[in-house]
Design a protein around this ligand. Structure first.
Ligand code: MG
Length: 158
């Protein structure tokens, strides 16, 4: 078994859709990035890649590559799982924490779990998503951005 850790931050700006955990959330701001900027999926991708010692999301999907402009991060996640499978690994479980002052994340968690399970081709029970504020402290607390952390456990296919 192998474990990996992922962390990501994106800035909240006007005139962008807010995508989090593979779900579009109705909010007056969205995350800025080359892709759809789904910070939760990016942290999860890095946790999976880290567990397999396969570098990081920026290495595989550079933000200078026009192929990834505006891309749905669920596509990136599916690709990461395929990279792991090629190496003989499969997901055991993953656990995510999304740090945001606004909007409220918890009502969207079941839809996020379903979206991630579909993108990874795994059971919903292998995925945990948690949400927290940072007590109005720091950039997340001021609503300037959203941060996410993920840990993933993988093992070898037999
Ligand atoms: Mg990112």
């Amino acid at each position: 078994m192998r474990v990996g850790l992922g962390f990501d931050v994106h800035r909240l700006v006007p005139d962008r859709e807010l995508w989090l955990g593979g779900v579009k959330i109705d909010y007056h701001l969205g995350l800025l990035g080359h892709s759809d900027a789904d910070v939760a999926i990016h942290a999860l991708c890095d946790a999976l890649l880290g567990a397999a010692a396969l570098r990081d999301i920026g290495y595989h999907f550079p933000d200078t590559d026009p192929r990834y402009k505006g891309i749905d991060s669920r596509v990136l996640l599916t690709h990461v799982v395929a990279l792991l499978r090629e190496k003989g690994y499969r997901l055991v479980n993953c656990d995510l924490t999304i740090m945001a002052e606004q909007p409220k994340i918890n009502p969207h968690v079941p839809a996020m779990v379903a979206a991630l399970a579909q993108a990874m081709g795994c059971d919903e029970g292998q995925i945990s998503i948690k949400a927290t504020t940072t007590e109005r402290l720091g950039f997340t607390g001021r609503g300037e951005g959203i941060a996410a952390q993920a840990v993933a456990l993988i093992d070898t296919l037999r």
